[in-house]
Design a protein around this ligand. Sequence first.
Ligand SMILES: Nc1ncnc2c1ncn2[C@@H]1O[C@H](COP(=O)(O)OP(=O)(O)OP(=O)(O)O)[C@@H](O)[C@H]1O
Ligand SMILES: [Mg+2]
Length: 531
Amino acid sequence: METNASTTATPAPLSEPAGQEIPRDSVNAVPEGSEAVGKDDSDLDSVFDELDDNLDDFDQDGEGDITRNYNRQRPLHSNLQKPAANTFASVDDQMAALSKHAGKIRLDDVKENQDREKDKADRATSEQVLDQRTRMILYQMINRGVVSEVHGAISTGKEANVYGAVAYPDLHGAAVQRAVKVYKTAILSFKDRERYITGEHRFKSGADKGNNRKMVKLWAEKEFRNLRRIHSAAIPCPEPIQLKLHVLVMGFLGDRKGYAYPRLRDAAIGGDDADQLWRQLYIQLLGIMRRLYQICRLVHADLSEYNILYNDKQLYIIDVSQSVEHDHPRSLEFLRMDIKNTGDFFRRQGVDTLSDRTVFDFIIQSAGPVEEPSLSEIIEQLYASRKPSDDDETAAAEVEVDNEVFRNQYIPQTLEQVYDIEKDAEKIGEGEGDKLVYRNLLADQVVSKTAAEEQSSGDESDEGAALDSQDGSDDDESKFEKGTPRGKRFQDKEEKKQHKHAVKEAKAEKRKEKMPKHLKKRLVSQTSRKK
Ligand SMILES: Nc1ncnc2c1ncn2[C@@H]1O[C@H](COP(=O)(O)OP(=O)(O)OP(=O)(O)O)[C@@H](O)[C@H]1O
Ligand SMILES: [Mg+2]
C-alpha cells in the first residue's frame, strides 16, 4: 500500500483534538536546526501528521456548530479527500491533491487600510511569500473548510504575517471574514522571546533554542491558548479558531468588506467629544487589564497602541503570543511596562491619566470587582481620591515624579526575591506595610484564592472552558471582605460605612501586631541559618 519511503517514515499521527492540551513537545520529523523548507517530502511530514483528525479538528473550543455546518457542507466538497484515503496516501499524493486549492490563496488581493501604508512589494503570490509547508497547511485548512480563500496580507511584520481570509461556515450563509496569522519560521528575533517562556509553567519543557521551527510553533501555541482564555473571559479579542503548527486562524476584527479595524495608534478619533472618548477608552483599557490579570491570570506583556485595535468606541486586544501567566517570574515587571506604554500613549492624547503605581495596584489587587460597570466606577473613585494639588501642572509634575520612582523600583515577584526581608518585615510590623510595592500580594491581601482564581483554577486542562465571572460584582467582593456582614442589617448606608470603617481600623490594628506567617517563617529560618 505505502509505496513511498517517506510515508513509511511518517511518525504516528499526533492529533490536536478539540479542547485538549496541545502537546507541548510534539515531535516534528524535522532535523534539528534545519531551516530549509520544502527540501523533500519528509520535511512535510509534520504538516500531514494528523491525517485522521479532519473532522475532529472542527470540534475544538465548543465549535460544534462548525462541525455541523461542515457536515452539512460536505456534499459541496465533492472532491474532498476521504479520511480513509488520506491515512494511507503518500505525502506526494496529498500534496498533489491539495495543490488544487492553489488558486484559493491569492495574496495579491490586498485589502489596504487607508491609514496604513502598504508597500507594493507586499503584494506577492503565495509561491513567493509562503514556504511549502505553510502553503500545505493552508491547503489543508481550505480542504477542511476552516477557510475557503486566503487573501492578501493585512500586515507583514518581523515575526508574523497576518492574512485576510474568507470562510463559509454555513451552507447557504454569508461569507465570514477570518484572519490567518503565519509565524515566520526563519527569524532570529524569536530568540529574545525566551524570557517570556522561561518560568512559564505551561511551557515547562521550555524553548528549544536550537530549533527555530519548534520555537515558532511554541509561540503560535502560546498565542492560541492565550486567545482562548481571553476570549472565554469575554474580553474583546479575535476568536481563536484553529491552530496548526505555526499557522493560527482566528476571527477577523474588521468590517464585512475585509478591512481590518485600525490599530489604536491609527484610530481616527476626532470631533468635539474626542477628549471625552479618549478618557473613556483609557478607563476601558484599565478595566481590560484588570480583567486580564484577575480572570485570565495573564499579563499581556506587549501592550501598546500597536496591539490594540479600535472600532466604534471599543478596544480589542491582539497579539498575545508573549503574554505570561501572573506567576511568571517577571510578570509584574511586564505589567509595569504595559502600564507605562499604554499610559504614555493616552497621556499623549491629552488624557489625564492615573499614576502608574495607582494603576498597578488597581490591576493586581485581588479584592474588588472584575466586571463593568463596577470597574469603571472604581476607577472614577481612584480619580476622586487623588491628592488635591494647587494646579494641574503641579499635579502632572507630581505624577511624573512618582511614575519615575515607581518605574525604577525593584518589584519582587516572590518572597524569595524580597531584597531586604528584615527591613520589610519591620515596616509591616510598624503598620507601614502599605508602602511596599508588593503589598497587594501579601497574605492578608490575597486571602486564600480569589473568586477569579477559583473560577479559573484548573483551567489548564480546559482552557476553553468559560472563565465565567459574569455574576454580579457584589458577590465577588463579598468573597474578599472576610467577616463583613452583609444583608438587610447593613442596608443602611451610614451604618454600612461605619461598619466598614471599624473593620478597616480593626484590620490595621491587627496588622500592627501581626507579621504575616510566611514572612515570619522566612525570618525565623534566616536567623537560624545565620547562627
Ligand atoms: N484578528 C485580526 N483581525 C484583523 N486584523 C488583525 C487581526 N490580527 C492581527 N491583525 C492585524 O495584523 C497586525 C499584526 O498582528 P499582530 O500584532 O498579531 O502580529 P505581530 O506579532 O505584531 O507581528 P509583527 O510583530 O511581526 O508585526 C495587527 O496590527 C492588525 O492590524
Ligand atoms: Mg503586534
